[in-house]
Each structure stands twice: as structure tokens, then as C-alpha cells.
Design a binder for this molecule. Sequence first.
Ligand code: SD4
Length: 325
Amino acid sequence: MIRRSFLKSLGALSLFPLSGQAKSRKSPTPYGGQGLFLTTWRFGLESNEEAWKSLKAGGSTLDAIEQGILRCELDPHERSVGLGGRPDRDGIVTLDACIMDHEGNIGSVCGMEGIATPLSVARAVMEKTPHVMLVGDGAQQFALEQGFPLENLLVPDSEREWKQWLEKSEYQPVINIENHDTIGMIGIDAKGKLAGGCSTSGMAFKMHGRVGDSPIIGAGLYVDGAIGACTATGHGEEVIRTVGSFRVVSGMSQGLSPRDACKAAIEAIADFFKRRGKDWSNTQIGFIAINAQGETGAFALRKGFNYAVKDANSAELIDAEFLLD
Ligand code: SD4
């Protein structure tokens, strides 16, 4: 039932081409604001402030998003992004990030070690290489060539937690619902230019080499300048399976509100679980979205996901609606 209603709402899954359809719409009018940012989790409040400062100083939406995410990446107390991120099961911190702008330029790094700011490296991949994605040693080598410093990203608190986890030796990577994982940030400026970024250390104590949705364009992040933007947090395998962020933007291209498009994607994830007969009791997934008119929305699989919104008049943390208690 859930899947059928989702298909119906997408108009028989006419997922392509997004931009082509949207061009026939009225061009987006600035929505009366001076810009707007939407960021996953509580740390989004501070990141939004940083993004706002950058926008007010004349930065592009993309500049603002980079500054907002940098704030989080460089904070050693944020234990799921950048410096201080939780390591994999071998005790190695590996970072994933991607970025996408209004025009559809993209860049990504996966499984990168020793560089605290993967979002900026992803931006450099986008702007300075003919490629869109660099992984592992190649990503690190490129970052070093670009002048990014090599650092030990494993802070004592993360090392201690990892050792405790080893003692339990369950070897079961967990999605840490309470620890406010990935930072995903999307925004729009006064001219209606959209952009987004996503950065994470991934699932705590994952297998070495595991990559989730966060650096995958279409899964952890998608931006179509004519339609809207979406980013995801939570169980990356499920977001990849359902091409989550693209699905949300696709829903918006079919006329769904950002909130309804996020809800439809969550329902699709739930349906995939049911079809496969898999246990989803430890799974959390949240989407946040913004359309080209500056309308926002979000939806989560279960209770507990919140996100920060900032515009010229307000800055708040909102509890997302959810499918399951
Ligand atoms: C991942 N999506 O690597 C990330 C982790 C996350 O809340 O967002 N957890 O799968």
C-alpha cells in the first residue's frame, strides 16, 4: 500500500528529467527572505549561524554551506563529523563528504583519513579536477597537494569509546540515534540559488572501507537548482538503496511539498524493509528538504530527529515528524 501510494504520488515514477519539467514552471521568485539554511541535528543551529555570516559577508550559498559545515568538522566535541569523529572498528577515523551547487556541479570524497575538513576537499575535487569523486589514499593525496593539513583525527574520547566497544567485541556497527551524526546542510540565497553539502565520519565502528550515503550524490545529498535540495542523515545503506535524496527532489518535481516528498521517501524506505523482511528496530533515517520557492520540510523514520532552520527573522530547532514511535 505504502509503495503504491508513493508511486502514484510520483506520477508513475517519472523520475527523469527533473530539470526539464521544472523549467516549464514559473522561475523561482525570491521568497521574500534574504536567505535560508536548513541543517540536520542540533549542531545545525551553530552551523546555520556560521553560514549566515558568510552569506551576509557576500558569500555564495555554496560558500555559506562550506563555512557552516567547517564549523562542525573542526569541532573536536562533535563526535560524528570531521576532527573527533568516531573511528571504524580498526580504530581509524575515515571521513566522507559531498557537495553540490545550483548548476549541478558536484564533488565528493570517501573514506579519507587524516584530513579534518572533507567538505572543503570535496569542493576542491569539484572545482579543481575533471572528476567528481576521490576515495581513500587518492583523496588524501589530493588534499595534501591542495595544502590541507594532515592531522590525527582520533581524539582521546573517541579512542576510549572505541576501546570499550572492542571489549564488548560485538562487532556490530551501530547507527547512533542519540549522538546526532551526519551534518547535512542545504540552503538558498535571496536570488533563489540553492546548494548543499553533507559531511560525516559515518557509522560508528563500521567495517574499514565501508562508505555510507553521505558522500554519494543522489543518496546523501541532491540539489536541482530549478526544483529544490535534499539531504539525509541516518542509516546510509537504506538511503543508498532507495536513492533517498534524489527521490525527495524527484517528489518535489512532481509537485509534492518538501515535507510530503520527505515523507514519501521515508515510506519507500519502510516498504523496502518490509519487502525484504528485515528488522528495522535500530534504524533511524531523516530527510530535510527545501524547494526553489524556499519552502522547507522534513520527515524521519522514527522519533528523535531534529533539524535547525535559519532565515533573516528566526533561528530554531525543529523536531521532525516521523513514521514510527
Ligand atoms: C552514514 N548517513 O554513514 C551516515 C551516518 C549518519 O546518522 O548520518 N548517521 O550512513
